[in-house]
Design a protein around this ligand. Structure first.
Ligand code: PEP
Ligand code: MG
Length: 756
């Protein structure tokens, strides 16, 4: 620390003084004035001013020592205005020897700041949000020393906690200060996983509590930090080493991650923060806040993704510091927790207690992101793309996840809560009704048996299988295991999962789909090449055939798990018959390999193709004789038929699967399968929606595989449906001349008294 000659130098004694002077209570303004006076004295500054951010984004002068007292609550800077606006924008300190000469300087005559040249301002950061600015000024031109900057940053950090925690300002005095948003708000986002939930906000990246901010022994704290960083690096190196040679893909993404972990800059910032007196945890929070404030503004998605990597590293480091290095421990949650995060990485959701996690709100992400996929699998309502979310919600706030409309209500009003409770009650009633239907076989009124199957992808899905009353798993998405893992699952891990699936199915059929990676499903540890058109790129079976070692390892694991039972396996995104032929040959080779080694071959082998690429629809005469069954992935088939990216909300809703072209394609497939006697099912999302499923049944489909939540509603529809009447009605709609026949289908279903 620079010698200043003052006895009370250093943030620790200074903070003690501030706290002591606050303890006596007294009027709010007097307490704030006292705080800035003590800081000015300690920093040997002629001016010390505290600005806080109002709901409008304006920064208001709340207290000052040295500037004109009449400017307090009068001087306001618009967002981005002046030097303080610059500090909010950058989230970084600003250290200027001659402030009036800075281009961003905004002169305010009422403050009387003319004679002051030296300026040091630091942000009051809380949970990555700048809630104010603390400034010291001196008459003489000079640059403040690094340790002075550090000291002021620590003071600002603690002040931020004190202000937010109500130690400096009573809640009433906060008015619309942007420290802790308190007004009801509604944010519009995108639905990632359907449902409704009401609970309390739990921040995934919660800021540390004030009492943990300062360390007792700087040297010991540095040793603790270095040990945690070393352990983190070893863990990441180990993750990387596990990848060698398995597949030839580049490891750019994980390399970047490793690079961050080893980066001198990150390390230095952390060490400096600890040397300035912070605990290692507080140092991580501070460095994280600075990164968020700067990189978080970047528009470039690549940069933002890298920020996510850094966030992840910070989280890992915190876990090492707290001794739960493997992250295995489940995170504590209150009842009815609603998780709030910018985005969630692989396995993040699984770390929380499923029984208490009622909903998820994300600032970013996409329905196809990991979080979206896992949330749907676990049936946790999830809304994403809620711009500004983390800035608008504090730990413990009441929040509503409305994943029917894709909205979030923060601190909702009583009337909004009662409306939600009414909707929840209706949902519960319907759930109870579906539960009663669980063991009723799904026959249409005119006696057609419809087999309802479930889509799954994670071990956690299996718990729901019996609950839904589904008659098996029509689509097991094997890539999920790869997506939620932190490294490529080995042979044993794959085999173990497939065994669990077969056991949970208890003799009911399970159709495994081989890895459907690439496109929107990217592995952080594997795929690196960025493609201009990932949905049309190197994905699914294309990747499998180019990397036969990976595909064969999976087939081997499937055969091993089958242990003499039936094996049903299908390939995703087959676009040509040759692809299917080659893939099928790999299955045969693996079965022969197992037999040669005296291992049990599957009792029955069924190999199928997913119909997702439109080209295949016009080559069914060649394909069907080679397959044992086909399954239509309508999510992809529709995106390719209509040339509309299913993951892009701007175009995903532009077409309707209930339209003449889509229905004609579906009818052509059904007709071709009927003619050749090829078993066919539909396993895209539309199979789980009663109205769409009504049309599929009318077109002749009798095997539908769907998300678990769809089984009850679809069964109710089936039980109320006369298939022959539905067939006649739907066939007449195929000649329609508009882009959608949805309303005609609805009218038809109502006329036939079908429960949709
Ligand atoms: C589909 O495309 O319809 C499908 C079932 O596969 P996925 O959603 O996993 O791409
Ligand atoms: Mg698909």
């Amino acid at each position: 620390m620079a010698a200043t000659g003052l006895p009370m130098r250093g943030p620790r004694s200074l903070l003690r003084q501030i706290r002591e002077s606050m303890a006596g209570g007294g009027p709010v303004q007097a307490r704030l004035d006292m705080a800035v006076r003590i800081i000015a004295q300690s920093m040997v500054a002629e001016v010390c001013s505290l600005y806080l951010r109002r709901g409008t984004g304006d920064l208001e002068l709340f207290a000052t020592q040295g500037l004109s007292p009449s400017a307090v609550h009068v001087t306001r800077m618009g967002p981005g205005e002046g030097l303080v606006g610059e500090i909010v924008r950058s989230g970084r300190p600003l250290n200027l020897p001659d402030a009036p000469n800075h281009p961003a300087f905004s002169y305010r005559p009422e403050t009387g700041e003319d004679p002051y040249h030296a300026f040091l301002g630091v942000p009051l950061l809380r949970g990555g949000r700048t809630i104010g600015v603390l400034v010291v000024q001196n008459r003489t031109e000079r640059t403040y020393a690094d340790d002075e900057v550090e000291d002021l940053q620590i003071i600002a950090m603690v002040l931020a906690e004190m202000v937010a925690g109500g130690e400096l300002l009573a809640q009433g005095a906060l008015k619309d200060v942007e420290i802790a948003p308190y007004k009801p708000e509604r944010l519009k986002g995108v639905r990632f996983a359907e449902g409704l939930a009401y609970g309390v906000a739990v921040l995934h990246e919660a800021p540390v509590a004030p009492e943990q901010l300062l360390s007792d022994d700087v040297a010991a704290e540095e040793v603790r930090l270095q040990a945690a960083i070393a352990a983190l690096r070893t863990q990441i190196d180990h993750m990387m080493d596990g990848q060698h040679g398995l597949v030839g893909a580049s490891f750019e993404v994980l390399e970047t991650y490793r690079m961050f972990a080893h980066s001198g800059g990150w390390n230095r910032s952390l060490v400096e923060a600890v040397r300035s007196g912070l605990t290692a945890e507080a140092a991580v929070e501070r460095v994280r806040s600075e990164h968020r404030a700067t990189v978080g503004q970047a528009r470039d998605p690549y940069l933002r993704e890298r920020l996510h990597d850094l966030e992840d590293l910070n989280d890992r480091l915190l876990r090492h510091l707290s001794g739960e290095a493997d992250g295995a421990a489940r995170r504590e949650l209150p009842d009815n927790a609603i998780l709030i995060a910018r985005n969630l990485g692989p396995a993040d959701i699984l770390e929380y207690d499923r029984g208490r996690l009622k909903g998820i709100l994300l600032e970013e992400g996409s329905a196809a992101s990991h979080a979206g996929i896992v949330a749907r699998a676990l049936e946790i309502p999830c809304v994403g793309r809620l711009s500004g979310l983390r800035d608008r919600v504090s730990q413990g706030d009441p929040v509503i996840v409305d994943a029917e409309t894709g909205e979030a209500y923060l601190r909702p009003r009583a009337d909004v809560i009662s409306a939600l409770e009414a909707r929840l009650a209706v949902r519960d009633q319907r759930k109870a009704e579906f539960a009663r239907l669980r063991d009723t076989p799904a026959f249409t009124r005119d006696g057609a048996k419809i087999t309802l199957l479930m889509n799954a992808g994670l071990a956690v899905d299996l718990d729901i299988l019996q609950e839904t009353g589904a008659e098996g798993i029509g689509l097991f998405r094997t890539e999920f295991q790869f997506m939620v893992a932190e490294e490529l699952p080995r042979f044993n891990a794959q085999t173990a999962l497939y065994e669990r699936v077969l056991e949970a199915a208890n003799g009911q059929p399970v159709t495994f789909r081989t890895l459907d990676l690439g496109g929107d499903k990217i592995l952080p540890y594997l795929e690196a090449e960025r493609e201009d058109n990932p949905a049309l790129g190197w994905r699914a079976i294309r990747m499998g055939l180019d990397r036969p070692a990976l595909l064969r390892l999976q087939l081997r694991a499937l055969i091993a798990a089958t242990r003499g039972r039936e094996l049903r396996v299908m390939f995703p995104l087959v676009a040509t018959v040759d692809e299917f032929r080659t893939a099928r040959a790999l299955v045969d080779q693996e079965v022969a390999w197992a037999e040669r080694r005296g291992r049990p071959a599957p009792s029955t082998l069924r190999v199928g193709a997913m119909i997702e690429a439109p080209a295949l629809v016009w080559h069914l005469d060649a394909l069907l004789p080679m397959t044992d069954f086909v399954s239509i992935g309508t999510n992809d088939l529709m995106q390719y038929l209509f040339a509309a990216d299913r993951g892009n909300p701007r175009v995903a809703d532009r077409y309707d699967p209930l339209s003449p072209p889509a229905l004609r394609a579906l009818k052509a497939i059904q007709d071709a399968c009927a003619e050749t006697g090829t078993p066919v099912s539909v396993c895209g999302e539309m199979a789980g929606k009663p109205l769409e499923a009504f049309v599929l049944i009318a077109l002749g489909y009798d095997h539908l595989s769907m998300p678990p939540g769809g089984v009850g509603p679809v069964k109710r529809m089936v039980l109320s449906c006369d298939r022959e009447a539905a067939r006649r009605g739907v066939l007449s709609l195929l000649k329609g001349v508009s882009g959608s026949v949805r309303s005609e289908v609805e009218t038809l279903a109502r006329k036939l008294s079908v429960a949709i």
